[in-house]
Design a protein around this ligand. Structure first.
Ligand code: NAG
Ligand code: NAG
Ligand code: NAG
Length: 329
């Protein structure tokens, strides 16, 4: 009798020990395998299927899957359709710009933008709406004078960046589907356009097909910030502890085919406001792998373009763009 009670106690003790060890083990695995666990978002976010079947060109309707992200498509105030009217379009640069950044747009037009809008390449600026009437009047003039303004009907705001991304993808794939490459670029980035061109020319056709490249940020060690900063992401908006790897929004380059796949997938991927990470999740769901092999060409450390002859982009712009123009014309 006495022995039996002790046996029982012992086994309860063992069960607890096993349970606790299991929890510790899982926590440790979770901690060290965060990034690879995060690859599981491919199946989890938020509809439990991958979107790889979109590659076949067929829709998902057959699978009885309802889109969950359709409210974010807006009409336009300025629609520069003429940039899409040429049969051949090699590189389309879509520069994400806030309405008030008039000076940055001017600097880009006078520098690397000259090359980027010549011949078979085109450049447009993507803006949201502004409530400021005087500012909107300036944009009206800009649009008339330069014909390079794409302006959407949603409010331009930091927390609307993904709305801008979704509309840029939609617009480009709808009207400029002939574009071989599309580059989404921030308006404070300086570009060595010749290097960008050469980089894209040098790619093999297998690399080009599903291209999704730029400055790759590895998911490893990056987790959503939940604090009070302007980058914070609430648990409601994004309920996962990690980000997958993604291409920085400073400059994101895709092939025309990748862009069309993004456009087809976005209705099935719940948006959150961090636009570049969101596109990373869309790519992951589509099984499109990042092309990370040229990170040294996309600088984030404040180097100026002329300091390294092989740089494609630098965050020391666009005030430095003038000297870049001298370098590359
Ligand atoms: C985003 O745009 C919508 C539509 O214009 C607007 O209602 C909303 O307030 C904007 N969000 C922010 C954070 O400004
Ligand atoms: C393109 O390839 C050529 C020849 O292999 C090489 O010299 C050049 O550095 C490459 N340029 C870029 C931008 O990758
Ligand atoms: C995020 O930060 C803003 C201030 O920038 C704050 O108003 C908001 O409550 C924060 N959200 C969360 C989830 O912490």
């Amino acid at each position: 009798m006495k022995f039996r009670i002790e046996d029982k106690l012992l086994s309860v003790y063992h069960v607890h020990l096993v349970l606790i060890s299991l929890i510790v083990c899982i926590s440790v695995m979770y901690y060290f395998n965060g990034p690879s666990w995060c690859e599981g978002l491919k199946y989890l976010y938020p509809i439990p299927i991958t979107l790889e079947s979109l590659h076949s060109g067929k829709g998902l309707d057959l699978m009885d899957l309802k889109p969950i992200n359709t409210e974010n498509v807006y009409g336009t105030k300025h629609n520069p359709l003429h940039v899409c009217s040429t049969k051949r379009l090699d590189i389309l640069c879509v520069v994400k710009s806030s309405p008030q950044n008039i000076g940055r747009r001017l600097a880009i037009r006078e520098s690397w933008g000259k090359l980027a809008s010549k011949g078979t390449n085109k450049l447009i600026f993507s803006l949201g709406d502004t409530k400021l009437i005087t500012l909107q009047n300036i944009i009206e003039n800009e649009a008339e004078r330069f014909s390079d303004i794409l302006q959407f009907n949603f409010q331009d705001a930091y927390r609307n960046l993904t709305v801008k991304l979704i509309n840029n993808v939609r617009w480009t794939s709808m009207f400029c589907s002939q574009a071989k490459f599309v580059a989404f670029i921030d308006d404070d980035i300086a570009i060595n356009f010749r290097n960008l061109q050469n980089f894209l020319r040098n790619l093999s056709s297998s690399d080009t097909d599903l291209l999704y490249t730029g400055y790759v940020v590895y998911g490893h060690g990056i987790s959503p910030s939940r604090d009070e900063s302007k980058h914070n992401l609430s648990w409601d908006e994004y309920k996962y502890p990690c980000f997958p790897s993604y291409v920085s929004g400073a400059i994101t380059i895709t092939s025309g085919r990748t862009l069309k796949l993004f456009d087809a997938a976005i209705p099935y991927v719940k948006p959150f406001f961090v636009d570049d990470v969101y596109l990373g999740v869309v790519a992951l769901k589509l099984g499109i792998t990042l092309s990370p092999h040229n990170n040294h060409m996309f600088d984030h450390d404040g180097s100026r373009l002329h300091e390294y002859s092989n740089l494609i982009s630098s965050n020391q712009g666009p005030t430095f763009s003038w000297e870049v123009y001298e370098l590359t014309r």
